[in-house]
Design a protein around this ligand. Structure first.
Ligand code: CTP
Length: 399
């Protein structure tokens, strides 16, 4: 499957660097052409000779290949040559530099010149991995459209136990296979996605909101984009970045989200409603901050429009409509009712009873139910992987 595929492996300073010898071997065995670029720190962990032997190509380290002859390694050519650029292990230092466009070695210069898909496999100790600086750098890299592979959990070189291990070579090989076989099965389609919570104003400083982070809907938007779709993302308040290329409309309240959906719905082929839209909003929005009093405060709430239901009632035969359902009891039965009452083609059922699934997590566990009542249950996975499953189901049905 990887016959003739051109892959750059960028190795940075982490003990996991030794595992790249095995990955190189696996890739070459599958027929890939592999070029290895190492940072100076990476060479402390594994020798260039090992990787040159296994990749059957000289390992590149410096922009200047020979100071006597003036021969140099052309980072632009390298960047254009590759079908895929994997940085593994990616250290906190290299991740920070990539996120900020810094360019003080051949690996970074080639990365900045690359036009191919970029994949990043972080490896570091657990406290480093969860540090807000590293997290925000990784989010930034995701927002560039790169695939950041979650670090695995387990024993770390420090002796601590937790998340931070680079994914195993076999898993990296699988991700490479997946990325290089990525279908553009949504090319020519416009996909409308709602994501995030809504904030319903009580007064100028307070609102009624919910715990949705926006991660699930944004992962679907990024995945749809990478499969060739034109993506319109209508997103409630969320700090999560979406990939460059997604047309993002940021909104605050359910009303504003509804207006934006009405504007773009008829022009979409597929609409996926992942937003956690408030069902009620304050009937009156106080124009001034409500002052504290001794007596109890009652706020009257009025229903918002069910945006998904509106889409179900207004969709044409050619449009494909996906809703989400968050249930705590009689899950399957309630989800099936929603398919009928909202005229859906597919529903994504989340259960708050599943550990690791729902608002606060980077993972989710879903069941997909089609309008034919067929049911597919999935394991707990990253929200990116769930997005792939959802769009696989959509693409299969509309094909
Ligand atoms: N939804 C919507 N507009 C609303 C409320 C919900 O578009 N005002 C959409 C959500 O984006 C989601 C789906 O409806 O795709 C399901 O939301 P959920 O809260 O699970 O169901 P409800 O229909 O609101 O019913 P209930 O809260 O009673 O379960």
């Amino acid at each position: 499957m990887l016959q003739g595929k051109k892959i750059i492996l960028g190795i940075t300073g982490s003990i996991a660097a030794y595992k790249i010898a095995h990955l190189t071997r696996l890739l070459v065995k599958e027929g890939a052409e592999v070029r290895v670029i190492m940072t100076a720190a990476a060479t402390d962990f594994i020798t260039p000779l090992t990787l040159a032997t296994l990749s059957k190509n000289p390992v590149l380290q410096d922009t200047i290949a020979s100071r006597t002859s003036g021969e140099w390694n052309n980072h632009v050519e390298l960047g254009l040559w590759a079908d895929l650029f994997l940085i593994a292990p990616a250290s906190a230092n290299t991740i920070a530099k990539m996120a900020n466009g810094q360019c003080d070695n051949l690996l970074l210069a080639s990365y900045l010149s690359a036009r191919c898909p970029v994949m990043i496999a972080p490896a570091m100790d657990l406290d480093m991995y969860v540090h807000p600086a590293v997290k925000s750098n990784l989010d930034r890299l995701r927002s560039f459209g790169h695939l950041v592979l979650d670090a695995a959990k387990g024993e770390l070189a420090s002796g601590l136990n937790g998340q931070g291990r680079m994914q195993e070579p076999e898993d990296l090989l699988n991700e490479i296979r997946k990325a290089l076989s990525k279908k553009k099965d949504l090319a020519g389609k416009t996909v409308l996605i709602t994501a995030g919570p809504t904030h319903e104003a009580i007064d100028p400083v307070r609102f009624i909101g919910n715990n949705s982070s926006g991660k699930m809907g944004i992962a679907i938007a990024d995945e749809a984009l990478s499969r060739g779709a034109k993506v319109i993302l209508i997103c409630g308040p969320s700090s999560v970045k979406s990939a460059e290329g997604v047309m993002r409309i940021d909104v605050t309240g359910a009303d504003e989200m509804f207006k934006a959906v009405k504007k773009y719905f008829s022009g979409s082929h597929i609409a996926i409603h992942a937003a956690a839209v408030a069902d009620y909003r304050p009937a009156q929005r106080a124009s001034q901050k409500i002052k504290k009093k001794d007596a109890a405060l009652t706020i009257e709430l009025e229903p918002t429009t069910d945006i998904l239901k509106w889409c179900g009632e207004h969709k044409s035969k050619k449009q494909f409509l996906v809703g989400f359902a968050l249930e705590t009891e009689n899950e399957i039965e309630n989800a099936r009712k929603k398919i009928r009452s909202k005229h859906l083609d597919l529903i994504v059922l989340n259960s708050l009873n599943d550990k690791g699934a729902g608002f606060a997590y980077d993972t989710n566990k879903v069941t997909l139910i089609g309008s034919n009542n067929k049911l597919a249950r999935f394991e707990l996975k990253s929200k990116q992987a769930v997005a792939t499953d959802i769009l696989d189901a959509v693409a299969k049905t509309i094909a």
